[in-house]
Design a protein around this ligand. Structure first.
Ligand code: ATP
Ligand code: MG
Length: 401
């Protein structure tokens, strides 16, 4: 017996009251994007669940894709059956018989969200359980720890059978929380920060500062490859590449060496905020983790953050490096991040950057030069590319909507 659909449970979305429809729409979009390689599937959604109708597509491959979609609490391969006792008996038999192996036990977990069906839960247990015991030799009941747990859910429109519940990725559907700019370097941290931000429902556009010839085409490639990984979550991602060489050189000429890193970060933040405005985002995400390096002390953040009122989200702020690395491994970005590259920050990094910079001092140093025109030029010259996942660069997602 083959499952004909996958039942998706929303989890946290169900607590969102009036915003529910928006959440469901975003989840639907995520599901359609992830399942773009399966043209025959159909997605049906209702207030409390979603169904992917397989229409002959490979359920096993689809299950793998569903595991990575944010906003899904759990899901189950399922069969839809007419509300009719004979049909229920037959389908239950076929399903359990196809899973049953010598010596295995089962139980039935009935659920009636519609009470008008002719059998109540006890009746379902009795009638279907009896039918299975009669027709599958060797099958035994074990209500505590069964090998096969046949869930029978009676709803208004039909009855659904399932035997397996698979854990989803949790979180909220991408886009349901709004849009933010992700400051994406080629390092380990920022892709992980982007992943976690997306998990809480943010749509992300990446911003990368590029300083040729001090940073090479290869380090740009690396950031594109990291973006491709993040694009797997939502089908595509915009990457804004900012030409940063002139500003960095000016900083080197204008700002005392021990404050150059602080000013570099402030300029990056001003530019990112300018791009955010143009793209109508509401926040900036970065990969900072408290105390990890000189620019990530509280004093540094205090001095750097001054240039904007825009919320700066730091998903990794309380995480240890070892835990960040573990996550990077899980989401498959670690290997790319570990490739050797020159970051625009490390190239110009002073031998002893201030770990406790002062706002007044950095303001004072910056007051001798007007950076604003250079910031405007950098923003004007941003190169924006739409990055798609590796295996789907050829397909055209837009045709799906
Ligand atoms: P990462 O591993 O993400 O590079 P890091 O530990 O190396 O982080 P820093 O170099 O201090 O830390 O960078 C802190 C954050 O600033 C990064 O996580 C990223 O969000 C942002 N950032 C640094 N360099 C760049 C860059 N070239 N382009 C865009 N954002 C950057
Ligand atoms: Mg870095």
């Amino acid at each position: 017996m083959k499952y004909d659909r996958i039942l998706i449970r929303y989890g946290e979305i169900s607590t969102k009251g009036r915003n529910r429809n928006k959440f469901i729409d975003k989840l639907r979009k995520s599901v359609r994007l992830a399942l773009a390689p399966f043209p025959n599937i159909k997605v049906e959604s209702s207030r409390d669940r979603m169904y992917v109708l397989l229409n002959g597509e490979n359920g096993i491959d689809i299950i793998e894709k569903l595991k990575n979609i944010f906003g899904i609490q759990s899901f189950s391969p399922a069969i839809k059956v007419d509300r009719n006792v004979e049909a229920l008996k037959q389908a239950s038999f076929e399903l359990v018989n196809s899973l049953f192996k010598e010596g295995q036990t089962f139980k039935i977990t009935p659920k009636r969200s519609d009470k008008t069906f002719e059998l109540n839960t006890e009746g379902i247990n009795h009638t279907i359980g009896g039918h299975l015991l009669e027709n599958i030799p060797g099958l035994k009941v074990d209500v505590r720890n069964p090998d096969i747990n046949l869930r029978i859910e009676v709803r208004k429109e039909a009855i659904y059978l399932s035997c397996e519940t698979i854990q989803g990725a949790g979180g909220l559907p991408v886009g349901s929380s709004g849009k933010a700019m992700l400051m994406l370097s080629g390092g380990i941290d920022s892709p992980v920060a982007g992943y976690l931000a997306m998990k809480r429902g943010l749509e992300i556009e990446a911003v990368h500062f590029f300083s040729p010839p001090f940073t090479s085409e290869r380090s740009k490639e690396k950031v594109i490859d990291l973006s491709k990984k993040l694009a797997e979550i939502y089908g595509s991602i915009k990457l804004h590449i900012v030409p940063f060489t002139d500003i960095q050189q000016t900083i080197r000429e204008q700002i005392p060496e021990n404050y150059s890193m602080t000013t570099t970060r402030r300029m990056m933040l001003r530019i990112t905020d300018e791009i955010r405005k143009r793209q109508e985002g509401l926040a900036i995400v970065n990969g900072e983790s408290l105390g990890q390096v000189a620019s990530q002390t509280l004093e540094s953040m205090f001095a750097i953050n001054e240039v904007t009122n825009t919320p700066i989200l730091r998903p990794l702020i309380t995480m240890d490096k070892t835990d960040i690395i573990k996550l990077a491994q899980e989401i498959d970005t670690l290997e790319i991040s570990n490739r050797p590259f020159e970051d625009c920050c490390t190239i110009f990094v002073p031998s002893s950057p201030k770990t406790k910079p002062k706002r007044e001092k950095v303001q004072h140093y910056e007051s001798y030069f007007d950076f604003e025109p250079m910031i405007q030029v950098a923003v004007q010259e941003v190169e924006t590319i739409v990055v798609k996942p590796v295996d789907e660069e050829q397909s055209n997602f837009d045709s799906l909507f």
